[in-house]
Design a protein around this ligand. Structure first.
Ligand code: PMP
Length: 333
């Protein structure tokens, strides 16, 4: 058996992508639409960001800027860093990860277990030079032979989704897809898939989902970047339009409250047996709202970004939620 034997994935890299598209049965019945979730939590590094991390690394290798034994530096809410660190281990690089200290202990602990050099920093706005993303760029400049992954503005990110996630969704639905709904962090997933699917089917609706505290809902609906409130979700929302989001089609936008996102992930656990993270609550609640706006009979695809395991001490902890002014949903008897 060789690396190209059908059914055998060649190492970690070969196992990234080709995730199932899961029909969310209860929500499909509720809305009269087909609500489908791309199961990105089943990637080998546990999130949708494995695809972006791989795309960024492969392009850096192809361009010759990343050399054997080199270092990859990134500022990340966690998942990109986790994907990159797995890939660095698999391909012989060192990973230096800069992460805001507000991110879950599970993600920060996992990065350390995987062997990344982790630097936790205070969470400050993008305009501050010590913002984690900007700091990661400066650290990359200081380390000889280091490459800055720069996931927010490196278009290798959305190209990975244009090349893989988009075509997979198109094939898995047999082209029977009416709407694509996703929240954006870097915008790589949303934009890469939106650009690909629109090319196949111009009448497909691309819907940007957003938590409170992010400026993208107002940008999408009024053209102005402004935000209100805040969110406990991690890895999504932004105060600016990244290079990855720039130029992506946006036909509609939906803003979701944390309490509704929370109810959604608990419903997914209790009704579907799926244990998922907070951004999935925003995505799936926005997919349901899109179904309501479009009416029955449509197929709506969204992303199941990562697992609930990464947020057990937060989203699945009643006391932690109470401290954030949120109520843990109660299971019907
Ligand atoms: N959900 C989670 C949990 C994430 O970590 C991310 C990545 N920041 C996203 C959604 C959004 O993905 P993207 O960066 O491709 O917009």
């Amino acid at each position: 058996m060789g690396a190209s034997t059908p059914g055998i994935a060649s190492g970690f890299v070969g196992a990234v992508g080709q995730t199932p598209l899961i029909r969310l049965n209860a929500l499909s019945a509720l809305t009269g639409c087909e609500i489908l979730g791309k199961a990105e939590f089943m990637n080998p590094g546990g999130s949708v960001k494995d695809r972006a991390a791989l795309g960024i690394l492969l392009e850096a290798e192809e361009q010759g800027v990343l050399k054997p034994g080199g270092t990859v530096v990134e500022g990340t809410a966690g998942n990109t860093g986790i994907g990159l660190t797995h890939l660095c281990n698999a391909r012989g690089y060192r990973a230096v990860i800069v992460i805001p200290e507000t991110q879950s202990a599970e993600k920060i602990g996992l990065l350390r277990s995987l062997g990344a050099e982790v630097r936790t920093v205070p969470a400050v706005p993008y305009k501050d030079p010590n913002n984690y993303v900007r700091l990661s760029g400066r650290i990359a400049e200081e380390i000889p032979g280091a490459v800055w992954a720069n996931q927010f503005d490196n278009l290798a990110n959305r190209r990975a989704h244009y090349r893989t996630t988009g075509p997979e969704i198109w094939e898995q639905t047999g082209g029977q897809v009416d709407a694509w709904v996703a929240a954006t962090g870097t915008g790589g997933t949303y934009a890469g898939v939106a650009l690909y699917l629109k090319e196949q089917k111009p009448q497909l609706r691309c819907v940007l989902a957003d938590p409170h505290g992010s400026a993208l809902y107002s940008w999408a609906t009024s053209g102005e970047l402004s935000s209100e409130g805040n969110s406990i979700t991690e890895g999504i929302g932004n105060s600016r339009v990244t290079a990855n989001l720039e130029g992506a089609p946006v036909d509609d936008a939906v803003r979701i409250h944390d309490q509704d996102a929370l109810q959604t992930i608990y419903d997914l656990l209790w009704q579907e047996g799926l244990f998922l993270g907070g951004s999935v609550g925003i995505n799936v609640a926005a997919a349901v709202e899109t179904a309501r706006r479009m009416g029955p009979g449509h197929t709506i695809v969204t992303v199941l970004c990562d697992s609930g395991d990464r947020y057990r001490s937060r989203l699945y902890d009643a006391e932690w939620l109470k401290g954030k002014g949120l109520q843990q949903p109660e299971r019907a008897a």
